[in-house]
Design a protein around this ligand. Structure first.
Ligand code: FEO
Length: 400
């Protein structure tokens, strides 16, 4: 049975959802599932914009058949070749042998690498090229590294629809909804949208900034991404989030405390610090056990908050491994412009603060506050003043 939704009078969403997949890219947990979006435009020509992951190919082909109602498919526009969108290209090419594939030169190279046999079907396009499908004229805009090098976005100059590839996407299955105004985005979607952006595209902030600059020149009426909701209003809200995330500016003044604890003593020290912060009026504080929180959530929250306290035991004279993994992921994703403070714990040779400082020094525009606390096995009254110093240093730096 097909399941489609109209986006405009002649544009249809023909994608699908996957609730069974546990880990997106086999790394990131997606407890709310994920959608793979694809769109069919019915003009003088029938045009498919991107395909979907292989897992939902059956639903996808039923959806296309239902929309085409026996018409032939003339074109397939491929904005992005990552397999969560491109896995079904060959299947569609087999079912609709007359369809031409419109994509960038690099996309052709990747399709070859994935073993697709599409050579006689390809129409290569580049930045600024346009194509008419009848009433609709589209322009192709290159979007390298958003989030692969071959990526482009396609702008329909006739009705203002932007097919934005991975940009403006989100984790989360649609479950019958399609448009941003059919959900409570702030309550139910923002955290997943941030976690998707920061972990998947976060490394490529400057490239996203370049795309935002180009998008700023377009009269956009709809944003149709490859995952998540279609946006048809409130663009300022979405662009503001994207602007902050891609320029590595925090969304909120607040303190995220990430603690690595083996027996609860470092957690107790982290809780003590949180309590002192709240007593001094900084109530936007959250705590995360680094061993129990998937790193994709930690990364997302680190993009959100202005200040981060790392509280870590020393383990084999090194940083506790899950804490090290988190810091290395932060580095890999090019995170910048955060202010850090440390609490270290060790029973004989605490090293964590020194080692964490060395790693953060290698990253861009990270500030490490001078105040730090060293706990010997468990926090005691004697440690209170160093905790107070951290609190004062955080609050002072926040108010600068
Ligand atoms: Fe959703 Fe870069 O693929």
């Amino acid at each position: 049975m097909y399941c489609v939704r109209k986006v405009t009078e002649d544009l249809y969403w023909v994608g699908g959802n996957d609730h069974r997949l546990a880990l997106f890219e086999n790394i990131h947990p997606i407890p709310r599932g994920v959608s793979y979006n694809s769109y069919v435009l019915l003009d003088e020509k029938a045009v498919l914009f991107d395909t979907v992951d292989w897992s939902i190919c059956r639903q996808f082909t039923s959806n296309i058949e239902a929309v085409l109602k026996g018409r032939k498919l003339d074109y397939i526009v491929i904005n992005h070749v990552e397999p969560d969108h491109a896995a079904c290209i060959e299947e569609i090419a087999l079912r609709y042998p007359e369809a031409k594939i419109i994509c960038t030169e690099k996309a052709v190279m990747f399709m070859h690498q994935f073993g697709f046999h599409i050579d006689d079907k390809v129409i290569k396009v580049k930045e600024g090229d346009t194509m008419s499908f009848g009433k609709h004229v589209v322009a192709f805009v290159s979007a390298p590294m958003v989030h692969w090098p071959e990526a482009m976005v396609t702008y329909d100059t006739t009705n203002g629809v932007l097919f934005s590839a991975d940009a403006f996407g989100s984790f989360g299955a649609l479950d019958g909804k399609l448009f941003n105004d059919e959900v409570n985005f702030d309550r139910d979607w923002l955290d997943d949208a941030r976690r998707y952006y920061t972990n998947i595209v976060g490394k490529y902030g400057p490239h996203v900034q370049a795309l935002l600059k180009k998008a700023g020149t377009l009269d956009i009426k709809f944003i149709c991404p490859l995952h998540g909701l279609v946006w048809r209003n409130d663009f300022g809200y979405l662009l503001d989030k994207y602007n902050k995330w891609s320029s590595y500016e925090p969304e909120e003044k607040g303190v995220m405390i990430v603690y690595a604890t083996m027996y609860g003593n470092t957690e107790a020290a982290a809780t003590d610090l949180a309590t002192r912060l709240v007593k001094k009026g900084m109530t936007n504080v959250s705590m995360y056990d680094v061993s129990k929180t998937h790193v994709s959530y930690l990364i997302s929250e680190t993009f959100k908050y202005s200040h981060v306290v790392l509280a870590s035991v020393t383990y084999n004279l090194k940083i506790y491994p899950p804490m090290l993994n988190y810091i290395m992921d932060m580095k890999a994703l090019n995170l910048q412009k955060r202010t850090f403070a440390f609490i270290e714990n060790g029973s004989w040779a605490p090293q964590a603060s020194k080692l964490m400082r060395e790693l953060l020094d290698e990253m861009k525009e990270m500030t490490v506050l001078d105040s730090e606390a060293t706990v010997s096995s468990a926090m005691k009254e004697d440690d209170a003043s160093s905790m107070d110093n951290i609190v004062d240093a955080i609050i002072t730096s926040m108010n600068k």
